[in-house]
Design a binder for this molecule. Structure first.
Ligand code: ACM
Length: 265
């Protein structure tokens, strides 16, 4: 069965939760796909340098807006993944809400590897890497966020846990990830879906530029679809999750069975 994936490339307004959530809502309304992926911190904007500044733009995953997004996922029968600044009592996490049409509640992945000044606002994620299965669509979805890509263990863990597709809400500020993502796809035989934001944000005299080029790679590492570096875009691709499940690539070798973990650090 082929499933459609939509990678949403946007540029959220910094510290404007209400506006960003409206745009996300509109985009969900207008987008028909089995899996929709939004960028990292799509609700809040990215560049905060204190917990106090970010706190008013963070949300609890049980809040009304998350419930609304989840209701939309049910109505559209779509899996929706949205990066957001998550508040859990006094703690902030750089998280993704995973909205599955047949799950009762939103599921949360909290970014494992914090990047640059994120340490000033967020606590390191404590959920670990996990895979969620949608049995109706017959797809197993693993999530990592942006800088998690620099650690091959992230994608490997998701691959070993049975992911067919790794979705990666991102706010990438370099270009080197274009080298790594297809490798992560190939070496784990999984689809790799990066929804990246574009635009700039400035704090004091420091400016960050986000690189766009949201992209989908096939399980053999081939690029399937890619957005431009700048501008709103929705990148679509079709995936066949079942084709990722045998890890063999000839009559002898199987990339998971051939692993020799006792030889690794
Ligand atoms: C990043 O993790 N936002 C680069």
């Amino acid at each position: 069965m082929e499933l459609s994936v939509a990678l949403i490339q946007q540029s959220p307004l910094w510290a404007n939760l209400e506006y960003n959530c409206q745009i996300i809502q509109q985009t969900i309304h207008q987008t028909d796909a089995d899996i929709l992926v939004f960028p990292e911190l799509a609700t809040s904007g990215y560049f905060f340098t204190s917990k106090e500044d970010l706190m008013p733009h963070s949300i609890d995953v049980h809040c009304d807006i998350c419930k609304t997004f989840h209701t939309m996922a049910r109505e559209k029968n779509a899996i929706i993944v949205i990066g957001f600044a998550e508040r859990d009592k006094d703690t902030l996490y750089n998280s993704a809400m995973l909205l599955f049409p047949h799950e009762e509640k939103p599921i949360v992945y909290r970014k494992t590897h914090l990047f640059y000044k994120e340490f000033l606002c967020f606590s390191p994620g404590n959920t670990g890497f996990f895979v969620v299965e949608d049995t109706a669509k017959d797809v197993r979805v693993g999530t990592m966020i942006c800088y998690d890509w620099r650690f091959p263990e992230s994608a490997r863990t998701l691959g070993l846990r049975g992911a067919d597709i790794i979705v990666c809400p991102s706010n990438l500020v370099t270009d080197v990830w274009h080298i790594a993502m297809p490798c992560r796809a190939l070496e784990n035989k999984v689809y790799m879906a990066v929804a990246n934001r574009y635009g700039t944000e400035k704090v004091g005299d420091e400016e960050l530029t986000f690189k766009g080029e949201s992209a989908l790679w096939g399980y053999n590492g081939a690029i399937m679809a890619k957005a431009l570096p700048h501008g709103d875009a929705i990148v679509y691709g079709g995936i066949q999750p079942q084709l990722t499940r045998s890890k063999s690539f000839n009559s002898v070798n199987d990339i998971f069975r051939d692993r020799r973990p006792e030889m690794y650090v």
